[in-house]
Design a protein around this ligand. Sequence first.
Ligand code: ADP
Ligand code: MG
Length: 394
Amino acid sequence: MSHRKSTPLNKVLGRIDDLDATNLAILVQRLAREQKLLRTIFDLVHEGILVIDQNGVIEYANGAAGKLIGFDVRDSGKAVLWKLVPDLARTLDLSSEGAFDEVSGASRELHLTYPESRYVRLYLVPFFEGKTGDSRKNLRYAVILSDITEEKISTQDQIENEKVSSIIMLAAGVAHELGNPLNSLTIHLQLMKRELRKMGENEHLAKIEKSLAVCSGEVERLDGIIANFLEAVRPHPPDFQDLDALSILEEVLEILGQELKNHQILVEIESSGLLPVISADRNQIKQVYFNVLKNACEAMEGGGSIKVRTRSDDEFVFLQIGDSGRGIEQSDFTHVFEPYFSTKEKGHGLGMMIVQRIMREHGGQLGIDSQLGVGTLVTLQFPQKHRRIRLLKK
Ligand code: ADP
Ligand code: MG
């Protein structure tokens, strides 16, 4: 970080060897004051903020973080985040030594049960302390915890709120009605293309053909926007069936087969035997896979690979979809699930929001890890059938 050098404090620190006792004392006092100020400010922030090392040892926690995860400041440098929040260890791929792989960002939704029941979205962002280029020893992670309990409750409220839902139904009705004229446009554009071909070839006809191709492309895009809008606003409860998470993914890959081939994308599936049964809505899960795979393809313009991995523990089935695409910028990480957030020229920014909603409705979770220029890994965590049934009985 280049701006570091220019701060007055850094200037003084640069000449630290020349300072006499009095000036050194003044400097220490000033540092102590600054530290106190920063601590006070951090404790006022609504978000929980933690600093951990690569093994999850908590070095700093602000007031909000302490409250959320039940951490006592006196345990700084001793308590391990993965132990305080066991569900987190489950969703992060920790090595056997409990260390976390280097990523440029990771995001998870968690249900904290102790000391209080709260839902949070967690962002994990790495930073280096000291000079850049130093060894990995100096790797630290900032962990930001946003309390989304109210958001979760209010989405439920919103769906139940009659006024909002009647407006949504109206908009959904209009969007649905747009389907027929769009179909008709598609058919007539195709007819025009066919007639055009019969007319032979010349410069003018080529121009018309080009325009027709643009029209077809735009009609297709409108169709996509409407389909996604309808999917986003129509809250339909899942129709639960016993399913195998991987075989549905294979069906979706089959549908996308030609597109993957055209984009020179290789798909590799690594699965250890039969997966436990999950209870889920077939079409909604297909939609989840489709949106995630689409994003993976779009992140790999010049070709690449998609790696699918599955695993399970007593409670969950994990299905991971990794791509070798461009990755997600640190500053974009917190926006990925926002409706209409897109970094693509022709993106509509609803895909990940829909994925998140469907996973929530299934009692599942969604995590993203990404490294800029290396790739993105999406982890879909489905509760096993027996777990869902137990939760319903409670
Ligand atoms: P859209 O695909 O229409 O942009 P999404 O909601 O599907 O909308 O995704 C939102 C944004 O998240 C994308 O524009 C992109 O910046 C980022 N994103 C999602 N998945 C990936 C991925 N696999 N690789 C890189 N960026 C991604
Ligand atoms: Mg998308």
